[in-house]
Design a protein around this ligand. Structure first.
Ligand code: FUL
Length: 460
């Protein structure tokens, strides 16, 4: 392969932090938009809503957690405060919270109930705290608001156990005084690193990147190594060799998260009860996001009663069941993989089939395209293949093709037919195709950043 340009060698050396690596494993988690908007039937509250409206009489965060778990999610991110400034916990620093509501006579705390429910169901817990606050008087005054915001952030970072994520929304509108606030991002980040060092800072933050839309769509090439400063979150190509060569400044590990709602809105609106995304749509979003080197944050907004509504519950339970069926039996388990190159005996192609993140195939320095052949030992009907790079050593693969052997008896000569081709593999790539009978599959890595790895290869 031709000599690598310095910029690409630089990209090859960018690796995820330990907290990013842990976050990658979560893959699919839920968003909960719940607050005063739930009771006013709004998407964006003005900040002048009466806290007395907040009264989720049947609130049951355990129901949320139970349904999320059944859907196959591994975490939950709750809007502790949305743009209206109303706090779901009794913040010491404002009266605009659950403490001023009739719910549990002002003694309730939704953040606590959600944190405890997640713990009980083995889900990770994260929080959304909108920097834009349309209620708070100090908003738009500079330092005074930043100090207020950090006090609230500190409450959330210290009182609710371990958080896996702090989700910062980019919206920055005008406050009550008609002024915009200059956020002290670095100050917010420092506080999170100090108090919750394992939490990723998402969207307006260094750890997880917004995919660029709220429609559940990710790029066909969703790169994790991208320039630190990008022109826009919607730029179509962020990390191809061409894009990196043209870019300037530092390169960082900034993987994408797809945030999308199960309904048209982020908050619950009864009129959207018949617009819940159907199973087929959610499954497709899952395959393309989790299976496209991105994470999936699926929003499910509870009703004014404080429960996830029946339609959403049914859809989510079917989604979980469907995913279990889809990935029930990995036919590649116990199979054989041969390689055309390897770093050493501890990193042969066979290692891609070993469970766990520590065993993987490593090509060694790549002089020419590398080939791996998976032999299932018998022929099976297959409609999905899963590939994972060993991202702890970075994102290396830039171009590959998958072939299936048309001669599926295993006797005689192979007849390779192209099945799929692409650029990014990254943390996880799921290939879904029309079911076909196969025994042998070949992966050819045509271009990489000096070497290539494969941590998993599954077939269903
Ligand atoms: C946006 C907000 O303005 C929406 O209300 C919602 O919270 C979404 C996830 O982020 O920027």
């Amino acid at each position: 392969m031709p000599k690598l340009p310095p910029r690409i060698l630089e990209a090859a050396q960018v690796v995820p932090s330990a907290r990013q690596l842990a976050w990658q494993e979560i893959e699919f988690y839920g968003f909960v938009h719940f607050g005063i908007n739930t009771f006013t039937n709004q998407e964006w509250g003005a900040g002048s809503e009466n806290p007395a409206l907040f009264n989720p009489k049947k609130l049951d965060c355990r129901q949320w957690a139970r349904v999320f778990k059944a859907a196959g999610m591994r975490g939950m991110v709750l809007t502790a405060k949305h743009h209206d400034g109303f706090c779901l916990w009794p913040s010491e620093f404002t009266g605009h919270s659950v403490a001023s509501s009739p719910w549990k006579e002002g003694r309730g705390d939704v953040v606590r109930e959600a944190a405890e429910a997640c713990k009980a169901y083995g889900l990770k817990f994260g929080l959304y705290l909108s920097p834009w606050d349309r209620h708070e008087m100090t908003y738009g005054t500079g330092e005074a608001y930043n100090a207020f915001y950090k006090r609230q952030l500190r409450e959330l970072l210290t009182n609710y156990g371990e958080l896996f994520c702090v989700w910062f929304d980019g919206a920055c509108g005008e406050g009550k005084n008609g002024r915009k606030q200059e956020y002290d991002w670095q100050g917010y980040y420092d506080l999170i690193r100090e108090l919750q060092p394992n939490a990723v800072i998402s969207i307006c933050g260094p750890d997880v990147r917004w995919v660029g839309n709220e429609a559940g769509v990710c790029r066909s090439s969703e790169w994790s190594v991208v320039p630190e400063k990008i022109a826009s979150a919607t730029t179509p190509d962020l990390g191809s060799r061409k894009a990196l060569m043209k870019s300037k400044g530092k390169l960082v590990w900034h993987p994408a998260e797809v945030d999308v709602s199960i309904r048209p809105g982020w908050f619950y609106h009864e009129k959207e009860d018949y617009a819940v995304k159907p199973l087929a749509k959610l499954r497709d979003i899952y395959y393309k996001s989790v299976g496209g080197n991105a994470a999936l944050l699926l929003n499910v907004p509870p009703t004014p009663e404080g429960l996830i509504s029946q339609r959403d519950v049914e859809t989510l339970i079917s989604l979980g069941a469907q995913l279990q069926i889809d990935f029930k039996e990995n036919l590649a388990e116990g199979s054989a993989v041969t390689d055309t190159c390897r770093l050493d005996d501890a990193h042969t192609g066979q290692m891609a089939l070993e469970p766990g993140g520590d065993t993987y195939w490593h090509s060694g320095p790549l002089e020419k395209p590398a080939e791996l052949v998976l032999d299932l030992g018998d022929d099976y009907d297959i409609d999905k293949l899963v590939l994972k790079e060993h991202i702890a050593t970075g994102q290396q693969i830039e171009k590959f093709t998958l072939y299936v052997d048309k001669n599926c008896t295993g006797e005689g000569k192979s007849q390779w037919k192209e099945l799929a081709k692409g650029t990014v593999i990254g943390h996880k790539r799921i290939f879904k195709f029309t079911e076909q009978r196969m025994r042998r599959v070949k992966l050819v890595i045509e271009q990489a950043r000096g070497f290539a790895t494969l941590e998993a290869w599954e077939a269903y």
